[in-house]
Design a protein around this ligand. Sequence first.
Ligand code: TXA
Ligand code: MG
Length: 350
Amino acid sequence: MDTHLLKVNAQKPEPEVIAQAAKIIKEGGLVAFPTETVYGLGANGLDSVAVAKIFSAKGRPGDNPLILHVADLKDVFYLASTVPLKAQLLMEAFWPGPLTLVLPSRTVIPREVTAGLDTVAIRMPDHPVALALIKAAKCPLAAPSANRSGYPSPTTTSHVMDDLAGRIEAVLDGGTTGVGLESTVLDLTEVLPTVLRPGGVTREQIAGVIGQVRLDPGLKNSAALPKAPGMKYTHYSPQAEVILLRGEPELVAAKATELLHLNYEKNLKTALLLSSETWPLVNKAKAVYAREMGSHNALGEVAHKLYHELRMCDQVGGQVILVEGYGEEGLGEALMNRLLKSAGYKLINC
Ligand code: TXA
Ligand code: MG
């Protein structure tokens, strides 16, 4: 099939473009669309046949449930059987925005969406195009990130096209996404609210509204399985081997320089993704690709660039990517979660 690229104004989406995309959704097709986090691959979330197409287009394992995207708070009550006070406080504080809530599900939701669980993940994205599409399609949109399964999530239309051209009906092209990492997935069906996937809204921000929040022990301890089925799969991985280095800039710079030389001797093409602090301390002449990702004090910038730069390292034929790690406070928790996964949990403390 031909994948139509529909250019759309990200701030003021043209109604006729949105209507074209909504028609595809209503007819059971797939449309990729921008959100404030990453591009999503949307289908009518109440149509099991349409939802099944998402899994085949992405090559996604069937036991990995999808997030339902809504544009109206009322829809949450239609999709979830109970909406606890904590959920309502969080919706008020962070929606629209990068926070997904896991709640007990109602039976209207096809089992393809929930992967047979009795819970459902719901969020309201903070992007005019996403909100306009949901409203025009008149249904919640089931939407995972619009990448081939296992690959880094797409933050531009060209990432979506690289992965899914010919496999989906259309892409709404609204430019580059903002946050660059996926939403935080918060489980409110546990006694203690539990972050199943750290993301755009930090644990500190959530705690500020509802008090105690824990991180799913399965994310830190390889003996326990993470509760979000998606978190157990290899993820966010470029083709190249990712090596994660963390420590004082001088020490990271020394280690990166040493590995760069060693790889050069072995004819291994090496890419560098360094913090602004480490950047000036490394001679990049032997690197196939090198980028300054941003400061340790500006993790938003690093998150915004990360998936694009991982994909770029692959495009230039990098075989090894030396990536600098960051502290785990605030957005650093999500950033390090993704980096550790893409590095197969290997971290070199310099
Ligand atoms: O920012 C985002 O969340 C993006 C944009 C498009 O909204 N979406 C996204 O979806 O990242 P996806 O499918 O790539 O990741 C959803 C995560 C997976 O790890 C999945 O296992 C988890 O949420 N999840 C979905 N429903 C769940 C449920 N009922 N219980 C536990 N985990 C759930
Ligand atoms: Mg994904």
